[in-house]
Design a protein around this ligand. Structure first.
Ligand code: HEM
Length: 482
């Protein structure tokens, strides 16, 4: 296996620097909050109304609005005398004052708090005043809506689009630095005309991909924010869209919002660098030379940093940050996401673009495609190995015992991911054998062989994108250790 050399080392250094930054960005956060105590207790009967309702959570929580903790009567009439609040002295305790002289009846306490991992924790309990039968909690009326949950189709789709956009941008940079560049060094012996058209095609395709994925990443971020707002405020996604003040509150007042701001800033830095490089690369009408195939190693490495920060900030906001070892789990999660992005993204570039190259540049294009394919195949082995190791470390950090794998829905999602990875690996090994045969022969691969590899790559891309969808579900589920 030809080792990917200096650029690979530089990428590893960039990844290490960003992982260290992610560790700094992710101080020990509190975990997925659960109610430890509520006063009056659920189902308690009192002779007169309490002065206030107090809820103690297992960890610090945030209340986005005072009305997110309230007391209502059995018909939904307000029974609190003010808004809910989290105690300044102890952020794990929330309380709401109760109206004086409550008449006999059943009262519902309703809450919707945000835990440190960004999950919304809604809940309700009842108490009765006087000798009356206790009725079920009243969940209707304003504030009683549920909004999309973390595992709803809306939330999972939004996270999937976000991962595809940011992961795809990262993969584009990795592809240019490690794969496309390697295919041109040393420059393959092909006619000058084919060389120029192949290089120009590679450059154009890269920038079209960059523009498209920048759009996908922005749509992903906007959708994640709106869906999170809907979940936080207990309204529909369309209701959240019509509530800019609610969106601003989620962005400004939650830990999720802070990290989304970091991510958006990183993306805009990346786009600004992209515009600069685009103008530089297209300044002259001449076709790029083989030594410019990577668009400039230093600028690409610089662009890699905001892409890694954007992806790492997703890890800094999730379950990894709420484990007992965030200093280990957050960087491992970021590494896992980066390797997933590099593998799936470069695979997609191979399937969608690279293997169409022979149509543009004939035999010369086939030779370049074969060289790039061999390099991708070598790198994919490293990426998948790191993906598996980091995935196992992440799973160990979130599961309390092996039985959690089949006794919890979180565990089942991991099992489905492993099963799909096994199927994708079988296909990848088949493609790898074909690529190894091409390399051994040392000849230009023929059209039929490349078409076969392309068909297999498409199936692999589909399976791996489904794995990413299950990962988007996994981060919304409640892990056994949370
Ligand atoms: C042995 C196989 C694997 C295991 C055990 C595994 C396990 C995990 C675990 C435990 C998490 C953390 C979820 C959380 O924060 O609660 C995760 C996240 C993730 N995994 Fe995997 N995974 C595996 C393979 C894969 C593969 C093959 C891909 C891609 C094709 C992938 C993509 C992702 C992504 C994108 C995330 C989300 C990272 C984030 O948002 O922070 N995983 N995985």
């Amino acid at each position: 296996m030809r080792f990917p050399g200096q650029a690979f080392t530089q990428i590893l250094i960039a990844v290490a620097v960003v992982l260290a930054g992610v560790m700094v960005m992710a101080p020990r956060a509190s975990a997925h909050a659960v109610v430890e105590q509520i006063t009056p207790a659920d189902g308690q009967r009192l002779t007169s109304g309490p002065p206030r309702v107090t809820i103690r959570f297992s960890e610090a929580v945030q209340l986005l609005r005072p009305e997110d903790l309230t007391v209502v009567g059995s018909g939904g009439q307000p029974a609190s005398s003010g808004g809910g609040r989290v105690l300044a002295a102890d952020a794990s305790v929330a309380e709401v004052p109760v109206a004086p002289r409550l008449p006999s009846g059943t009262y519902t306490v309703r809450w919707r708090v945000v835990s440190a991992d960004g999950h919304i924790i809604p809940g309700a309990s009842v108490f009765a005043v006087g000798d009356v039968p206790i009725t079920p909690p009243y969940l209707g009326g304003p504030g009683g809506g549920s909004g999309p949950t973390e595992t709803s189709a809306w939330a999972v789709t939004a996270r999937w689009v976000e991962l595809v956009g940011i992961g795809g941008l990262l993969a584009l940079i990795v592809f240019r630095l490690l794969i496309w560049r390697a295919a041109w060094s040393p420059p393959p012996r092909i006619p000058a005309g084919e060389r120029d058209s192949t290089l120009a095609w590679g450059r154009d395709a890269w920038w079209v991909g960059f523009g498209a994925l920048a759009l996908v990443a922005l749509v992903g971020e906007a959708t994640v924010l709106v869906v999170k707002t809907a979940g936080s405020l207990g309204t529909s996604v369309w209701g959240a869209l019509a509530d800019p003040a609610g969106i601003v509150r989620v962005l400004a007042d939650t830990r999720f919002g802070d990290l989304l701001q970091v991510r958006t800033l990183a993306l805009f830095v990346l786009f600004a660098l992209g515009v600069w490089r685009f103008l530089v690369e297209y300044r002259s009408d001449a076709a790029p030379a083989p030594r410019d195939a990577d668009g400039g190693r230093v600028p690409m490495l610089v662009m890699l940093v905001p892409a890694l920060v954007a992806l790492g900030s997703i890890s800094a906001q999730g379950h990894a940050s709420t484990t007992s070892m965030p200093g280990l789990q957050v960087p491992v999660d970021a590494l896992h996401a980066a390797m997933a992005a590099a593998w799936v993204g470069c695979l997609a570039i191979v399937a969608v673009h690279l293997l169409r190259l022979p149509k543009v540049a004939g035999a010369g294009g086939r030779l370049v495609a074969g060289l790039a394919l061999a390099r991708f195949s070598a790198l994919a082995v490293i990426a998948v190995a790191l993906l598996v190791v980091s995935g196992v470390i992440r799973a160990v950090g979130q599961l309390s015992s092996p039985e959690d794998l089949w006794q919890t829905s979180y565990g089942w999602t991991i099992l489905v991911k492993i099963g799909l990875l096994a199927v994708a690996s079988v296909l990848a090994l088949r493609s790898r054998r074909i690529v190894a045969a091409i390399r051994r022969g040392g000849a230009t691969p023929n059209t039929a062989t490349l078409a076969l590899v392309r068909r297999q790559a498409w199936v692999e891309v589909t399976i791996t994108l489904v794995i990413v969808a299950f990962s988007a579900l996994l981060v919304g589920q409640v892990p056994p250790i949370s």
